[in-house]
Design a protein around this ligand. Sequence first.
Ligand SMILES: Cc1ncc(COP(=O)(O)O)c(C=O)c1O
Length: 466
Amino acid sequence: MTHTHVAGSIHADSAARAPSWLRLPSDVNALLQSLWSTGIRKDESGVLTVAGLDVIEIADRVGTPVYVVDEADLRARARAFADAFQGWDVYYAAKSFLCTTVARWVSEEGLGIDVCTGGELAVVQRAGLDLRRVGLHGNNKSVEELWYALSAGVGRIIIDSFDEITKLGQIAEELQIRPRVMVRATTGVEAHTHEYIATAHEDQKFGFSIASGSAADALVACYQQPALELIGIHSHIGSQIFDTEGFQVAARRTLRLHADFAAQTGVELNELDLGGGFGIAYTSADTPSTPAALARSLREIIANECSALGVAVPHLSIEPGRAISGPSTFALYSVGTVKPVALDGGASRLYVAVDGGMSDNIRTALYAAEYSATLASRRSAAPPVLARVVGKHCEGGDILVRDEFLPADIAAGDLLAVPGSGAYSRSMASNYNYVPRPPVIAIRDGQITTLLRRETIEDLLRLDAG
Ligand SMILES: Cc1ncc(COP(=O)(O)O)c(C=O)c1O
């Protein structure tokens, strides 16, 4: 791929090192609006503003790094799912990002919540929500977690193993509570971004395989356990999915299981959950769907599959996480050092090191996720150069944004913003290198609310028993 650029041959060579999806921007200051929350703008001096507040003020008042949530945007995304999927239940996948305030927001917008540990459940309970609208997942729930979920009155438990059926049955008998349960079926469909594979057998830790017959056995085992109320089947096929082909294959396979169970027992189960995984735009290469378009396709798929099998359409649910929390939030960093690194053939790459890194966003290092970034604190007249945004950790793979064009004059003290940082960033954050985790703040009408405060070195030292 060859690019010509006003900055000359070195810049052109560097641009040639960019991945094919990354376009050389005609204006390096411009925002690609589809990557950002609806409340984001750049003012005339190039400063990023969110819901009326500029990032220079945010950095002055809160410091960096910080995750900045556009409250109206997150709420609107939750509401859009509730509206588009009317008649279905929409559970917000808390693993993407959870704190008490966000749990309350999504609940106010009409959503239930899917949790997968006792810790996530405790947050939702502290938020004061109706736990009948909460589902508990997990491939290895402990006795304590199951006990907690049942006594707290969780609305449904998604069963993931035969051990769990036995364990949950015993706890239910002891507590004299009959929990509503779903069986998590593994459909053999694995979907990521634009691709999916549909195989006959599954090689992963979640769920019961349909192909091997263990999903059918698990349904019968739950059905025959009088302490459990079997309500339906659950399937989750992957993440960052942009089309509905994978959902179609998964729906066909789970509904076939549903129909076979009805034929065997005379009972048509009431519910089917299609999981989450709806994709968002991290870069210009991503083309996400809308909740309305997804709802149209999924309704049609289910109606067609049910009619082909001659079964009634069950009550449906989905579990979007990233599509609600992801685009609402950007991470704001301060640039600390800038280093041009020579590449083969005379090209160079600008390494821009910021005051965070893999401890506040592991996704790039963990699964080669792609992100974008923009200079957030000023307008630059310099040409775009191929850059890599890296963190401060002692790890060569400590990369936040693998490939992005940034202004050639980016320098220490500049602020840099990374969109799409709301999902699986703070929730997967660590303290690697004893780096405290950044705060999460929400902006609404120019006002800051702290959702999670900044961790301190003292917080970390308090754990040290020595
Ligand atoms: C069972 C289940 N439901 C929902 C989700 C949410 O996925 P996403 O955030 O991609 O929508 C996940 C994510 O791993 C999941 O495992």
